[in-house]
Design a protein around this ligand. Structure first.
Ligand code: FES
Length: 307
């Protein structure tokens, strides 16, 4: 459903495409459209997980599907279900939960405009409105030339560079209406403007393959520096001031001298806390380090006992 929205402050007309959470499963899907090389890639993904837990591979598998077809198609859902021994309903349920899995064909460049609180207040709302106007598309829509898909996004974890825009998840920091409009103009003209930081820009399908865990040496991603001066300001200040982080809290260990001068008998080795117990956090808000021992559903078994 697409509706027109007028921003009274800016005067911009924007189109909002409110997607339902239902995938377009207008046909059963054919897993055989994925050839041998994709099936080999799928097996490489599954091999990253413990035997018998192949379903854990579903998230990178969905990215692999997007690297091939540009979005999660009925074929992609059938393929994931086939390879991971899941039902198509289970695959679709996961694919519709995360916004990184697209339900319609995605353009060569996915432009995401942060409209969360900080970016929105500092200009993200105006940037998004300007891009809908310039591209004549709304949320999750793609330009007719297939170049750009536009979306507004929640916090992109770069608030120190607000307002931010990402293209295929690469950062363009401290944007303005003018710079963001220039960015999409250049993308449509066939240019690849360099991100403010991080790896060089690649296509949506290429970045999806990387997110699926297949390293691409030509992407130069391994050498890319994703941080910047604002990100590191806290560390620099701490170094200048000699600040250090407090050490991780552990239960106090009885010292050898704790019994000296008293009538208390010396503790035997069996009374001493184990090294693992000594590492347990003292705060009740910290997760225990040894979950098996603390989880009543999975009590620790005596040494040597097997399931
Ligand atoms: S609010 Fe935009 S990156 Fe956090």
């Amino acid at each position: 459903m697409t509706i027109e929205v007028r921003n009274e402050q800016t005067g911009f007309e924007t189109r909002e495409n409110f997607r339902t959470t239902i995938m377009k499963l207008d046909r059963p899907g054919d897993p055989s459209v994925f050839g041998q090389s994709v099936r080999a890639d799928a097996q490489a993904i599954i091999a990253r997980y413990p035997a018998g837990q192949s379903r854990s591979a579903l998230l990178p598998m969905l990215h692999l599907v997007q690297s091939e077809q540009g979005y999660v198609t009925p074929d992609g859902i059938a393929f994931c279900a086939d390879v991971l021994d899941l039902t198509k309903a289970q695959v679709a349920a996961v694919a519709t939960f995360y916004t990184m899995y697209k339900r319609e064909p995605t353009g060569e460049f996915l432009v995401s405009v942060c409209r969360n609180t900080l970016c929105g207040l500092l200009g993200g709302d105006e940037i998004y409105a300007a891009l809908t106007e310039a591209l004549r598309i709304g949320m999750n829509e793609t330009t007719a030339d297939g170049k750009i898909t536009l979306e507004h996004a929640e916090c992109l974890a770069a608030c120190d560079y607000a307002p931010v825009v990402t293209v295929n998840y690469e950062f363009y920091d401290n944007q303005t209406v003018e710079s963001a409009t220039d960015l999409v103009d250049r993308l449509r003209a066939g240019e690849r403007p360099a991100p403010t930081r991080g790896a060089p820009l690649c296509t949506f399908k290429q970045i999806e393959r990387q997110i699926a865990g297949f390293f691409d040496e030509t992407s130069l991603a391994a050498d890319a520096n994703g941080s910047g001066v604002p990100t590191e300001r806290g560390i620099r200040l701490a170094v200048e001031r000699g600040d250090t982080a407090p050490s991780y809290a552990t239960k106090p260990q009885p010292s050898a001298a704790s019994g000296a001068g008293t009538s208390a008998p010396a503790k035997s080795a069996a009374d001493q806390p184990s090294a693992a117990a000594a590492q347990q956090p003292t705060s009740e808000h910290d997760a225990p380090l040894d979950t098996a021992a603390s989880d009543p559903a999975h009590p620790a078994k005596p040494e040597g006992q097997k399931d």
